[in-house]
Design a protein around this ligand. Structure first.
Ligand code: ZN
Length: 468
């Protein structure tokens, strides 16, 4: 099985509270949540995730548009309250040339606004609203605060490396930690408490920067109206803490907008400029174009399929915070990638030609899904596998399977291994996650030993447990 590049992953992390008591007079006081990381680690994580994001997503290299966003961003950053400033943080602003309404910010400062987000906004204040909300997550260090909670229950090695946090659009959310911290990836979705904090702090920042905080609420309406055309994901990564508009409006009444920004000219010009450009692709179209980079570091292995030991009857459990758990034969190694993890024995993985390959083992990962229908999502996934595995057969029938406590589909596919030129069989199982993305498992073994591996694959799949 050739390893192909995958879309970004998303698994849900539930979590915590921590909005401090509100002041009786004046604006709500917000205290950052508990965090085991240092601000310097936020910066490092964000830097790694940003490198990944910029490799995977098309940045809009347009001076005028980028400087419009950057100048607004700088204005907002200067309005972050003193006590939430971190001298290490380096705020930076980029526009992603994709169509979906989306924006996300990484720990330590890098922020990305989709072109679709700017195009959907009705005013400069609406754009500022989303940016202020994102900035607040960064200033309050919500990504690592969430990770702090997620890893509290950690046992053993974790899945994954660095994944950018792509919220909204169609890509799942995920701020991540680098493996050098011994953590792997935690796939994040902000908790309602963190959302409430970001809404409130965002309001404060907006008012201080000269924007009416109610424009943030109105941007959320704009996003909501796009539900069904790429909008809802932003809301699933940034869930409504309840009465969102009302609380923002209430908070706005406690705030004074300083030196209001009245000129909408730069915004109008930016919109005109965007309209002159070729239409933005969808995130899926854009990421498909850069397909072909493996995510699992199989290159460090040496392929020697004849010397692959049979699966051990002893199993080892791997967990990803409290969101993901799987048990695999103890003689299989964990090879974490960005959106997938491969478990394989020595000799069963490596590179053949330019491509990452594995001959025995199981890969588990998440792919973006836009169809929200399991059967169609699997068919599309098999199509994407075929691009790097031209000899891959399509499944003739599916059976039902349980994975992570959910009902999914299973099929066996035939392929010819590019590593051995021998026939192999692939056991594919998949389920839909809450956000609609596809969680899959691909068990691979040579045709002649497939029946011996089937029981192992079944056991591994049966052991998968998902957090909330
Ligand atoms: Zn949020």
């Amino acid at each position: 099985m050739n390893i192909r590049r995958l879309a970004r992953a998303t698994v849900v992390v539930g979590v915590g509270v921590l909005l401090s008591g509100s002041a009786l007079w004046g604006q709500t006081v917000i205290t950052p949540p508990n965090n085991n990381y240092t601000p310097a680690q936020d910066v490092e994580l964000g830097r790694q995730a940003a490198a990944e994001v910029e490799q995977q997503l098309p940045m809009l290299r347009d001076e005028a548009v980028t400087s419009f966003v950057a100048s607004m961003g700088t204005r907002l950053v200067q309005s972050i309250p003193e006590e939430l400033r971190h001298s290490e943080f380096q705020y930076a602003f980029q526009v992603v040339n994709v169509r979906e309404i989306n924006a996300f910010a990484l720990p330590g400062g890098p922020m990305y606004l989709n072109r679709g987000m700017i195009a959907a906004a009705h005013s400069q204040g609406e754009v500022a609203g989303v940016m202020a909300h994102e900035l607040s997550h960064v200033a309050l260090r919500h990504g690592t605060a969430q990770a702090t909670k997620a890893t509290k229950y950690e046992i053993g090695t974790l899945l994954g490396a660095v994944v950018g946090s792509i919220i909204g659009g169609n890509v799942g959310s995920a701020v991540a930690q680098g493996t050098q911290f011994g953590l792997g990836t935690a796939f994040l979705r902000f908790s309602r408490e963190f959302e409430r904090e970001a809404d409130l702090l965002g309001s404060h920042i907006m008012a201080a920067a000269g924007y009416d905080p109610r424009e943030m609420a109105s941007m959320f309406h704009t996003i909501q109206k796009q539900a069904g055309s790429g909008g809802p994901q932003w809301l699933s990564s940034h869930p409504d803490p309840g009465d969102r508009s009302a609380s923002i409006t209430r908070e706005a009444q406690l705030l004074t907008v300083r030196n209001p920004v009245r000129d909408n000219g730069a915004f109008t010009k930016t919109l005109e400029r965007l309209r002159e450009m070729a239409a933005a692709p969808t995130t899926e179209e854009a990421t498909r174009k850069v397909a072909g980079r493996g995510t699992v570091p199989v290159a460090e292995g040496r392929l020697d399929p004849d010397r692959v030991a049979p699966p051990s009857s002893r199993y080892t459990a791997y967990t990803e915070g409290d969101v993901f758990r799987v048990s695999v034969p103890a003689n299989w190694r964990e090879l974490p990638g960005n959106n997938a993890v491969l478990f394989a024995p020595d000799g069963a993985y490596g590179t053949a030609g330019e491509q990452g390959v594995f001959t025995h083992g199981i890969e588990i990962g998440v792919v973006r899904n836009e169809t929200h229908d399991l059967r169609t999502a699997i068919d599309e996934f098999v199509d994407s596998l075929s691009r790097s595995n031209p000899t891959l057969g399509h499944p003739s029938r599916y059976s039902r399977v349980k994975m992570g406590g959910r009902q999914g589909l299973h099929a066996t596919l035939a392929n010819r291994s590019s590593a051995t030129s021998q026939d192999e069989r692939i056991a594919l199982s998949a389920i839909l996650l809450d956000d609609g993305n596809l969680l899959y498992a691909l068990g691979v073994a040579p045709r002649e030993s497939f029946s011996e591996y089937q029981g192992t694959f079944r056991k591994v799949i049966g052991s998968i447990a998902l957090g909330r």
